[in-house]
Design a protein around this ligand. Structure first.
Ligand SMILES: NC(=O)c1ccc[n+]([C@@H]2O[C@H](COP(=O)([O-])OP(=O)(O)OC[C@H]3O[C@@H](n4cnc5c(N)ncnc54)[C@H](O)[C@@H]3O)[C@@H](O)[C@H]2O)c1
Length: 346
């Protein structure tokens, strides 16, 4: 059996995780790593007996079967364009970009090329997410309350709006992705940020954001994001349907209904392995379980950016649902009677 030859772009925290997982598969060969910080590339490549590449072009010239793009939000775009141009299947870490224009452009190129893609929304591989889906299959969701209450992660770019996109785009995107999966598409959001950065060098992001969401199904919801703590306090969502309350997080699902309360533990490490296994299987042509291809992650990116946009402008942002996947970003007058401000076509 010929190994699936994978190259990594970016050698930071998440690339180290993918390298560990991928080298644990006996049908994968990590051919090498490139990073704008050569020391980082050398450290990661050295740890796995792989080589370093000077840049993405040199990596692509080595003929990988797949490329993992593990760069910070602000660095997306040129890397993906080069990989798409080479026609190589591509796994991209979330968020897929810092803005919408980059994500829309890359998505259009992926579609035109018909390229196999996957995005690192690995929560979708938690078996408790499937459990929640089944419990909700015949019960419409009435309300969802999502939250990501945490610290500022220890990477220099995180607290800068133009580098990370802010906490909702960078972090709460995992929760918003599950909200979309379990509740459906949002049609309108309003959000407020506190306008007060966390006490971190160079920070210009909101410390806390509170959002309300309206869904095409008629459900309503909220999202809370905070990075003012010294620990990860809570990341997950509560879902209410008739006679059913679900509390879902990376470590498990609590179900409350007429039969009482029960807790199903989850396996977050298993989900982190499963997301890579599914992508490699798809690249090798022996599987079809990529749950978040680029086009699906784009929809989550639109929602996260709509929340960020509303918090920035103080206006409601509409997300019309429909088959056309194109950004219009038409800014309209917002009035109390018709609160729609910025329109992002979905
Ligand atoms: N899915 C998950 O659970 C998960 C977990 C952690 C991080 N992430 C995501 O992964 C991304 C990276 O996070 P991280 O913690 O690894 O960050 P990091 O800062 O630790 O590493 C990023 C690396 O990318 C390199 N880099 C920057 N621009 C580059 C470019 N143009 N070409 C090549 N390399 C470049 C940097 O030098 C750095 O080594 C973030 O978007 C983050 O949200 C996802």
């Amino acid at each position: 059996m010929r190994a699936c030859r994978v190259g990594l772009v970016g050698a930071g925290g998440v690339a180290q995780r993918h390298a560990r997982v991928l080298t644990g598969f006996d049908d994968v060969e990590l051919i090498g790593v490139t990073d704008v910080a050569p020391d980082a590339a050398e450290a990661l490549a050295g740890a796995h007996g792989a080589r370093t590449f000077r840049d993405v072009d040199e990596l692509l010239a080595a003929g990988p079967d797949a490329v993992y793009v593990c760069v910070p939000p602000f660095a997306h775009g040129p890397v993906e364009e080069a990989v798409i141009d080479a026609g190589v299947p591509m796994f991209v870490e979330k968020p897929v970009a810092v803005d919408l224009e980059t994500a829309e452009r890359v998505a259009a190129l992926v579609e035109r090329r018909g390229l196999l893609t996957g995005v690192g929304h690995h929560w979708r591989y938690l078996h408790v997410v499937e459990e929640a889906r089944q419990l909700l299959a015949d019960r419409p969701v009435r309300m969802v309350n999502g939250a990501w209450l945490d610290k500022v992660p220890p990477v220099a770019w995180w607290a800068r709006q133009d580098r990370s996109g802010g906490p909702v785009v960078e972090q709460a995107a995992h929760v918003l992705d599950l909200v979309r999966l379990l509740v459906g598409e949002a049609t309108e959001v309003t959000a407020y940020g506190d306008g007060a950065p966390p006490p971190v060098e160079g920070a210009d992001i909101d410390s806390v954001t509170a959002a309300t969401l309206r869904f095409a199904s008629g459900a309503v919801g909220t999202l809370a994001a905070a990075c003012v703590l010294g620990w990860k306090h809570r990341a997950g969502l509560e879902i209410l349907a008739d006679g059913l309350a679900l509390s879902l997080a990376e470590d498990g699902l609590t179900i409350c209904d007429a039969d009482g309360e029960r807790h199903l533990p989850a396996d977050p490490d298993g989900a982190r392995i499963a997301v890579d296994r599914a992508f490699v299987d798809a690249v090798r042509g022996i599987g079809d379980d990529v749950r978040v291809p680029y086009a699906e992650a784009l929809r989550t990116q639109r929602l996260a950016l709509a929340v960020a946009e509303s918090a920035r402008t103080g206006r409601a942002v509409a997300l019309p649902t429909g088959p056309a996947a194109r950004l219009t970003a038409a800014v309209a007058d917002a009035t109390p009677a018709e609160p729609t401000g910025v329109t992002i076509d979905a």
